[in-house]
Design a protein around this ligand. Structure first.
Ligand SMILES: NC(=O)c1ccc[n+]([C@@H]2O[C@H](COP(=O)([O-])OP(=O)(O)OC[C@H]3O[C@@H](n4cnc5c(N)ncnc54)[C@H](O)[C@@H]3O)[C@@H](O)[C@H]2O)c1
Length: 292
């Protein structure tokens, strides 16, 4: 029988953490959302309130906004994760930082609690190895914006038990998403292994002056039925986040098809990270809409 997931812990309340917190609350679960930065928590609360409001306005959920929001509480300390049945970790894509979080969490949560990482590319076994119950650690890789994107990769680390994989799949279904099972713990997992080489090729074509960012995005939308082109996706994800994930995949495979092109590296150095900095492949207005 599937485990009960009444209370979910979210660690790291940035772009992904806040989106996932909202998805879980909309699915009727109680959520403890933790971040070490009080400003991030404030922003997450505002963003979630705005987004839930949009769902209500468009008739996509039946509950009222306040009911959904009342399920989310905030916390400044990992100790507040002690009663949850699953923790979804969304801190920065930094292996040492994440390992520290897992070490601490492992001494706080119950032995039944699942620990799930939303890492974009770091092998799950890296985190399992520092915990007391490595069979309970798995990957749950969401896609941005988490409120809208339906796929979630469920990733088996070397030590993840069959039961935990099945519970991970059941959890993803409970929150209204489609689980994509990834049975081996490889850097970049499944969907980014497919997506990165095409994004990298698109950046190289821009570097070579063959086409513009806007032309490639439009072509990819119109030819392949995508809602966003690779550059629009990159600006939403964050160029820094995507570049780190490409680099982790490259480091494990030593395959140049995953190596971030120079143009992308320079944009990250310049702080042109996408919508969050109002400048990336495109320029953005205050409200996040593209400048024409
Ligand atoms: N951006 C995407 O599209 C995307 C998609 C899927 C997965 N991811 C992955 O999700 C994770 C988070 O990415 P994001 O884009 O939400 O980043 P973000 O920068 O928006 O948020 C990260 C948050 O983690 C918090 N944090 C840092 N250290 C912490 C700690 N020790 N304890 C608690 N909170 C801490 C920060 O204050 C920040 O609010 C990364 O591993 C990333 O690779 C990102």
């Amino acid at each position: 029988m599937a485990r009960n997931f009444e209370q979910v812990g979210i660690v790291g309340a940035g772009l992904m953490g806040s989106g996932i917190a909202q998805v879980c609350a909309q699915a009727g679960m109680r959520v403890v959302m933790m971040d070490k930065d009080p400003e991030a928590l404030e922003k997450a609360k505002k963003d979630i309130a705005w987004s839930v409001g949009k769902f209500v306005e468009k008739g996509k959920i039946e509950e009222d906004k306040e009911t959904v929001l009342s399920r989310i509480s905030v916390a400044a300390d990992l100790k507040d994760m002690k009663d949850v049945q699953i923790v979804i970790e969304n801190v920065y894509e930094d292996i040492d930082l994440k390992r520290e979080v897992y070490k601490t969490l492992s001494s706080i949560v119950g032995k039944e609690t699942l620990l799930a990482s939303d890492t974009s590319a770091i092998p799950i076994t890296e985190f399992a190895a520092v915990t007391r119950y490595p069979e309970r650690v798995l990957g749950l890789h969401f896609f941005s914006p988490a409120q809208m994107m339906r796929a979630v990769e469920v990733i088996r680390g070397v030590t993840t038990s069959d039961e935990v994989m099945n519970d991970g799949v059941a959890f993803v279904e409970m929150i209204g998403k489609k689980p994509i099972r990834v049975e081996r713990d490889i850097a970049g997992f499944l969907l980014n292994r497919v997506n990165f080489p095409s994004t990298i090729e698109a950046i190289r074509l821009v570097e070579e002056g063959i086409a513009t960012v806007a032309e490639i995005d439009e072509g990819m939308r119109l030819a392949f039925g995508r809602r966003m082109g690779p550059f629009e996706t990159g600006d939403m994800v964050g160029l820094d986040v995507m570049m780190k994930a490409m680099m982790s995949t490259y480091e494990e495979t030593k395959d140049m098809k995953f190596y971030p092109p120079v143009l992308m590296q320079r944009k990250v150095t310049a702080g042109h990270l996408g919508i969050k900095t109002r400048k990336g492949w495109y320029d953005y207005n205050e409200d996040g809409t593209k400048k024409i």
